[in-house]
Design a protein around this ligand. Structure first.
Ligand SMILES: Cc1ncc(COP(=O)(O)O)c(C=O)c1O
Length: 410
């Protein structure tokens, strides 16, 4: 139903010749085009549209995105801080994670405008602390609950938060049995992935069926429709979305939020690599690149999917079948570090560059710290003593410095 990504522009191909390899290249103009479409949908519908940083967390671009978007959504402390420190001061930071530690709550309260809880048990655990903070804070903070409408519309189980037994969100059944919802003023659902408006409309219908009684309560002041909306694709029914948002705002007297990631960054970046070796084995022509599916493009293996692969010189796109077929592979020890099989009209050469299309969303963040999650500390338990030694630990500064390199200071 949705079209393939457009081919990289001549400017991107030319940039791909100049960068160090491997490299991601972000196309600022493409990013601004997406953000402009989202801004127009927000203006027409009254929705508040924020960037889902889990898809794109490059803070140097936040001042520009902040001109178009209402703010950012965060999956935890590091993303919340990244947004707070890099989006314009008036931007909202809205946070939702599957679970918070007590330390997370203490750090997130001053950083967040919405703090959404995944379960009633988490809300109950932190409610007093949250409400106390709310009383003392001069900037408004609202607390919400992630709901699970138990209505699947996607095709990939790995990406389905409504699969039976899902840990993501509170079901209607649990909510009906809740002792008290005092202090909760928002509902949040996220169930879509790369989907069109029809799936959202059907999901909202299910949400209204199961949670309409709560949406109608005056205490509920916002509804967050999550991400997964391919709003910036040409085929997306943006008029349908605008009408739906307008209706929800009117029917329930609430603010509507959308938190797309892909729609902000789709078709705005490439990953460039170089062929290090060509190596035939059992009839397969392996082309080993200086990048890796498992380390740099894990969605290729997890989802799985086959990204478009172009020869940078000549701009030829790899096809499913053709005269010269190669398995493009990574440079790690994992036997399955393979990107896919691609055919070209003439043989590939060692040293030539390949670029993978549409790599700005999710691929870049998965190369660094996905969701801004803290990496585990590495301890050593010495053979001769019980005193643990920290060998390596990771801080917010590591997260940021992986994202912001000051070329002048090296
Ligand atoms: C809670 C939540 N919100 C927003 C998003 C962004 O989704 P997308 O990048 O598909 O728009 C995700 C993605 O997994 C998510 O889990």
């Amino acid at each position: 139903m949705f079209s393939d990504p457009p081919d990289p522009s001549d400017r991107l191909f030319s940039a791909a010749q100049q960068v160090d390899s491997p490299a991601f290249i972000i196309d600022e103009g493409a990013l601004m085009k997406n953000a402009g479409i989202l801004q127009s949908v927000a203006q027409q519908s009254g929705a508040k549209i924020v960037l889902a940083q889990k898809a794109f967390a490059q803070p140097q671009l936040y001042p520009i995105l902040g001109r178009f978007l209402h703010g950012a959504c965060a999956s935890g402390v590091w993303e919340a801080r990244l947004a707070r420190e890099n989006f314009p001061a008036e931007a909202e930071v809205i946070t939702c994670a599957p679970a918070y530690s007590s330390a997370d709550i203490t750090e997130l309260l001053p950083l967040s405008d919405h703090l959404d809880f995944n379960s009633l048990t988490q809300w109950k655990r932190y409610r007093e602390q949250c409400l106390q903070f709310q009383k003392e804070r001069n900037r408004e903070i609202r607390f919400g609950l992630r709901i699970n409408p138990e209505f699947s519309t996607g095709e990939t189980p790995l990406y389905d938060p409504c699969a039976p037994g899902s840990r993501l969100g509170t079901t209607a059944d649990h909510l009906k049995r809740a002792e008290s919802l005092e202090g909760i003023s928002g509902l949040h659902f996220h169930t879509l992935c790369e989907q069109g408006f029809d799936d959202l409309a059907r999901t909202v219908q299910a949400v209204e069926e199961h949670f309409g009684w709560l949406l109608a309560q005056p205490q509920i002041t916002y509804l967050n429709l999550g991400g997964g909306h391919w709003i910036t694709k040409d085929e997306y029914d943006r008029e349908g979305l605008i009408s739906l948002v307008q209706r929800l705002r009117l029917d329930y007297a609430l603010e509507v939020y959308l938190e797309p990631g892909e729609a902000v960054t789709i078709h705005s970046g490439i990953l460039v690599g170089t062929i290090l070796d060509l190596h035939e084995s059992g009839g397969v022509n392996n082309a080993i690149l200086d990048l890796s599916a498992t380390a740099h493009m894990p969605d290729v293996l997890e989802m799985p999917y086959r990204p478009e692969a172009f020869r940078v010189a000549g701009q030829e796109k790899g096809e499913e079948k053709g005269a010269h077929t190669y398995r493009l592979t990574g440079n790690t020890c994992l036997a399955g570090d393979q990107i896919g099989d691609y055919s070209y009209s003439t043989p590939l050469q060692i040293g030539e560059r390949i670029c993978f299309n549409d790599m700005a969303h999710y691929t870049m963040v998965k190369t660094t710290f996905f969701n801004g999650v803290r990496h585990p500390t590495i301890y050593l338990l010495p053979a001769a003593s019980d005193s643990l030694q920290v060998l390596r630990e990771f801080s917010f500064q590591d997260y940021v410095s992986l994202k912001a390199v000051d070329k002048e200071s090296g």
